[in-house]
Design a protein around this ligand. Structure first.
Ligand code: S3P
Length: 171
């Protein structure tokens, strides 16, 4: 059991495929803290899957729900929180995380993101064209913003345990 406990909720940010959910789950286990995944909480709140939310209500509706869900989670006791890749792009969400959490960007290069996202098909943003091109465009828009996270960790090299080790070393 880990003796170290972060004093604030640890919020994982980064692009789709950066490992937020898998690293977050294992990090929570190692720290004996609860794990929350904002995408799953949104799905529960809406009673719909993320692709269904996008298809039925549109992205703006999803973003609104995402912001409210994360605000609510940040008011819960200290835990490990994985966010969807777009969450940190919302200025109000960034302000809430800055006030109540510790943000960690799992930084991963394009080739690796393409590899990791190829296996799964539940991401509406990647179904709108050529995944590599979409991810490259999102990197350009988002990496300058993700760079404002409190801590930046290399999420590209090694297995999940090694990534968790790097996060723990950085905390
Ligand atoms: C999104 C990422 C997804 C999910 C939604 C939109 C994004 O989460 O929130 O499909 O805008 O990057 P993951 O980063 O967990 O795949």
């Amino acid at each position: 059991a880990a003796s170290f406990k972060p004093s604030r909720t640890v919020v994982l940010v980064g692009l789709m495929g950066s490992g937020k959910s898998s690293v977050g789950r294992k990090l929570a286990h190692r720290l004996a803290l609860p794990f929350r995944d904002a995408d799953i909480e949104i799905e529960h709140a809406a009673g719909l899957s993320i692709p269904e939310i996008f298809a039925t209500h549109g992205e703006a509706y999803f973003r609104d729900g995402e912001r409210r869900v994360i605000a609510r989670l940040l008011d819960e006791p200290v835990h490990i929180l994985a966010t969807g890749g777009g969450a940190f792009m919302d200025g109000r969400t960034r302000a809430a995380i800055a006030a109540k959490g510790i943000s960690i960007w799992l930084r991963v290069e394009l080739d690796e993101l393409v590899r990791r996202t190829a296996r799964r098909h539940h991401r509406p943003l990647l179904n709108q064209g050529e995944p590599r091109q979409i991810l490259a465009g999102l990197m350009e828009l988002r990496y300058p913003v993700y760079a404002g996270a409190d801590i930046i960790v290399d999420g590209g090299a090694g297995d999940v345990d090694e990534m968790v080790d790097r996060v723990l070393a950085a905390l």
